[in-house]
Design a protein around this ligand. Structure first.
Ligand code: HEC
Length: 120
């Protein structure tokens, strides 16, 4: 059901026009993907959100994240925003490096969050 809704949303967003594999993403998520690459996020989170030295974004949205020091958090939209804007607020368990502070406009954060949410 979720997939059908997403497919409908993507059809409405006019995806597929680009022709590359990112055509599966909505227009906003596509913008987020480009920002993630332009702002260096992809260096640590992977060019397809698969993760490198930073945690993977695929399957992150809606999942339960284990935090350093114990405890868990559900990766909803507000967690994702906090993780991007205040990387020190919660640290993902097992992290070997720290996520840097990044400066993004609210619209850029929205686009990146949309991208991460479509990687679920
Ligand atoms: C130098 C490597 C690096 C860069 C660049 C980087 N991150 Fe991270 N990121 C990390 C690490 C390491 C963590 C896990 C530690 C933590 O929770 O702070 C993390 C955590 C996250 C999380 C939470 C992941 C989870 O599993 O809960 C999100 C969302 C995120 N980063 C988004 C971004 C975005 C968006 C950018 C670009 C604007 C970015 N990151 C740039 C290394 C990086």
């Amino acid at each position: 059901m979720r997939t059908a809704g997403l497919a409908a949303a993507m059809a409405l967003a006019g995806c597929g026009a680009g022709g590359d594999s990112a055509g599966e993403l909505s227009a906003l998520a596509q913008e987020g993907r480009e920002l993630a690459s332009a702002r260096g996020c992809a260096a640590c989170h992977g060019d397809r959100g698969q993760g490198t030295v930073g945690p993977a974004w695929t399957g992150l949205a809606g999942s339960t994240v284990q935090l350093e020091g114990g405890g868990t958090v559900i990766a909803d939209g507000s967690y994702l925003r906090r993780a991007i804007l205040e990387p020190d607020a919660e640290i993902v368990a097992g992290s070997t490096i720290a996520m840097p502070e990044v400066s993004l406009t609210p619209a850029e954060v929205d686009a990146i969050v949309a991208y991460i949410e479509e990687l679920r």
